[in-house]
Design a protein around this ligand. Structure first.
Ligand code: AMP
Length: 521
């Protein structure tokens, strides 16, 4: 037995799914008796040589984070740091977010193999607004986990694929996918026509989701304790009992009822705190406002108006919070479509995508199922960021050359895509060119601080010393279907070249004055 699996590598929970032999999308079951769903908490606990992944790790970590004593260290929420240089020190060993994500993926692979046999290939999903580096690190984590993973997919696209696959004829038109999970919020505008699925626009916020609502609830309980008792909740160390796990449970209860007694009604220093749903909504109102603005700007980015959106599809556990439906109603003028388990849609959609990518190797029944949803080559994604280079432009008014960000690949271009632009050296005898690649959410041209947007630096050196200025430097950016951006800078006369794929700059040592060595075309 062998299978292709789709994996939703989430900030809080991860899950896997596959297309079974009868052409049905099914979840890989979580065998952990501590959980009643198919979700594997994205949490790692290290104790001595032992590395635990999942519910047990999550519990121990939450307990320790709230002041509990334990031999060992844990981590959760590390997906937020994918692509950053942050390291986690667990029981005296250093782990990168990629190492920790690899541990989660490895556990999912092991669980899946027990149920479906060999995992031939996997597609792992990432938030739509993940940086290049974070995507590459996700691929690296998959390899480290021993997964054969050629492709990654955007979470909202996977969710749309699942809805398209299961809703069949009912799902034709332009939809918004609203994905609010534990750590990130994404919104995508997607067109489904029965043969193709095209992503028209995608935006996201990296640090917005259920984990932040839990923290807000902890603050709210502390505020209320202070208001009602005049004391600081942390004053009494025995009293630091309103832990993250309590907050999450209370937050979930507030999705079904208007009030809860914090921590299940246990007294905190002899005092019982009552929290209302509306107080929590008030506390997270700036997050809610951010989601609404993002929905509006994404519809605009797609060149559409709200009336063009036929329906709003949900993904992510936090969409169960009652304010989400109200907010969607307010922004889009319609109720969201609630027809699936929002915790599972991304993994199931990724399972569809990996099967679709391996169409020729599927059984006729599986192929028939794929054909009923999209035709070959029918998934069309777009770039989610602007990519450019730092160059010099002559400013007529100021009669001087200024540094500008020259955009080479625009956000929203159909992928894969490739663009080449020619630039020129500036000084006679110039023997090197500082190549600085930028990544930005907006098409910024004039930048106050170059290092805020520069994500890769290379020196194109050893150029012949005796040439005049105006030598051609050809810059090519290629964006592949995994949303990895590769760049090259070529000195046309000599053929000398530097290039790579996008990595964040680790140093910011260059001063602005020695940057500008190529002129805009
Ligand atoms: P996901 O990453 O999509 O699995 O979403 C996980 C987040 O959804 C966590 O922060 C959960 O606490 C949150 N969540 C799950 N169910 C509910 C619910 N009924 N009400 C509020 N939040 C929920």
């Amino acid at each position: 037995m062998s299978a292709y699996i789709g994996i939703d590598l989430g900030t809080t929970f991860s899950a896997a799914a596959t297309l079974d032999e009868t052409g049905r999308l099914v979840m890989i079951k979580n065998p952990d008796e501590q959980r009643s769903d198919n979700l594997l908490p994205s949490a790692v606990w290290v104790e001595g040589d032992e590395l635990i992944v999942g519910e047990e790790a999550r519990k121990r970590h939450q307990n320790k984070s709230s002041g509990g004593v334990a031999s060992g260290d844990g981590a959760a929420g590390f997906k937020k740091d994918m692509g950053d240089s942050k390291m986690y020190k667990l029981a005296d060993k250093a782990y990168s977010p990629t190492d920790l994500s690899a541990a989660v993926l490895k556990k999912l692979k092991m669980i899946a193999e027990k149920q479906v046999g060999d995992v031939v290939e996997a597609v792992v999903t990432t938030p739509a607004n993940f940086s290049n580096e974070a995507r590459e690190e996700t691929m690296a984590a998959a390899r480290k986990a021993g997964l054969n993973s050629r492709n990654i997919s955007n979470e909202p696209t996977a969710a749309a694929l699942y809805y398209a696959a299961t809703e069949g004829q009912n799902m034709r038109g332009t939809y918004a996918v609203y994905d609010l999970g534990g750590g990130t919020f994404d919104v995508s505008i997607i067109r489904i026509d029965g043969e193709n699925i095209e992503v028209l626009a995608s935006n996201g916020v990296k640090k917005l989701g259920g984990d932040y609502f839990d923290e807000a609830l902890i603050e709210l309980v502390a505020d209320k304790f202070k208001q009602e008792t005049g004391r600081d909740i942390n004053q009494n160390p025995d009293n630091l009992d309103y832990r993250l796990s309590d907050a999450e449970a209370d937050k979930i209860s507030l999705s079904n009822q208007q009030t809860v007694l914090a921590g299940g009604g246990e007294s905190i220093d002899g005092h019982i705190i009552k929290v209302t749903r509306s107080a929590l909504e008030e506390k997270i109102s700036s997050y809610i406002a951010q989601t609404e603005m993002l929905c509006e700007s994404t519809v605009e980015d797609a060149g559409l108006t709200m009336s063009d959106i036929q329906g709003v599809l949900l993904a992510g556990g936090s969409t169960r919070m009652p304010w989400v439906s109200r907010s969607i109603q307010k922004v889009f003028g319609k109720e969201p479509i609630v027809k699936a388990n929002v915790d599972e849609v991304v993994a199931l959609g990724a399972a569809f995508y990996v099967a679709y990518k391996n169409y020729d190797k599927l059984t006729p029944t599986q192929q028939e199922f794929i054909d009923s949803v999209i035709k070959k080559g029918g998934v069309q994604e777009r770039t989610s960021k602007y990519y450019g280079i730092i160059s010099l432009e002559y400013d007529e008014a100021r009669e001087t050359a200024v540094l500008v960000n020259s955009i080479i690949i625009h956000k929203g271009e159909k992928i894969p895509c490739s663009q080449t632009k020619t630039f020129f050296t500036v000084t006679d005898g110039q023997t090197s060119v500082n190549c600085k690649v930028t990544e930005s959410d907006r098409p910024v041209t004039h930048v106050a601080s170059v290092d805020d947007i520069v994500v890769a630096k290379k020196l194109l050196g050893n150029l012949p010393p005796n040439r005049s200025s105006g030598q051609k430097i050809e810059v090519t950016f290629s964006y592949d279907e995994n949303q990895t951006m590769r760049y090259s800078f070529v000195d046309i006369e000599t053929g000398l070249e530097v290039g790579g794929s996008v990595h964040p700059t680790k140093d910011s040592g260059d001063s602005a004055s020695d940057l500008g060595k190529i002129l805009v075309d």
